[in-house]
Design a protein around this ligand. Structure first.
Ligand code: ZN
Length: 187
């Protein structure tokens, strides 16, 4: 098992634009495996490579009972209709906030063998794909909020037990978060 430590809000890798994947090699396949295992163990519905400290355009997802999937170098086509709903992030543990997203998405990219892939999703899957693609652009879901909502969110983040524990080398900080609050929403 290769469970990686999930980087927390405050780690600079989370605000950096990740690089395109060019080599579809063994190393990339291992990265997809690590991401999948770390996501399932969290548990989360999605995880992007920067969240485990790797600045590459790769994410995994696992929505509802479906098998886990992954996407590399994604390009999104978003629906015009929107959805409301709570969203969480494994890098901002224990907190969930309403986040406006497109209702549907068509995501084009590659799988770990370099083959073309298209994922079409709505509701939670669409939310997940948008959240993870944002991670690849150094964007966190709190950046999608209105100034006022962000202020409230930042206050909650500053008051969290884990705040300030982010470490550049990804060493796992010790903190406790209610395991139920964002269950099913960790992205
Ligand atoms: Zn996230």
């Amino acid at each position: 098992m290769t469970i990686k430590n999930i980087r927390l809000f405050g780690d600079t890798v989370l605000t950096k634009k990740a690089d395109e994947v060019r080599d579809f090699d063994k190393e990339l396949q291992q990265l997809v495996k690590d991401l999948t295992e770390t996501m399932l163990e969290a548990p989360g519905v999605g995880l992007a490579a920067p969240q485990i400290g790797v600045s590459l355009r790769v994410f995994t997802y696992c929505v509802e009972e479906d098998r886990p999937g992954h996407l590399i170098n994604p390009i999104l086509q978003l629906s015009e209709n929107r959805q409301d709903g709570d969203e969480g992030c494994l890098s901002i543990p224990g907190l969930a906030f309403n986040t406006d997203r497109s209702y549907g998405v068509i995501a084009r990219g590659k799988n770990m063998y370099g083959e073309d892939v298209v994922i079409e999703g709505s509701e939670l899957l669409a939310r997940c794909i948008q959240h993870e693609t944002d991670h690849l652009n150094g964007v966190l879901f709190i950046d999608r909020m209105t100034a006022e909502e962000r202020k409230t969110a930042m206050k909650e983040i500053r008051e969290s037990e884990w705040f300030g524990l982010a470490t550049e080398n990804g060493a796992k900080p010790t903190f406790k978060v209610s395991p139920h609050k964002t269950f099913g929403l960790g992205l």
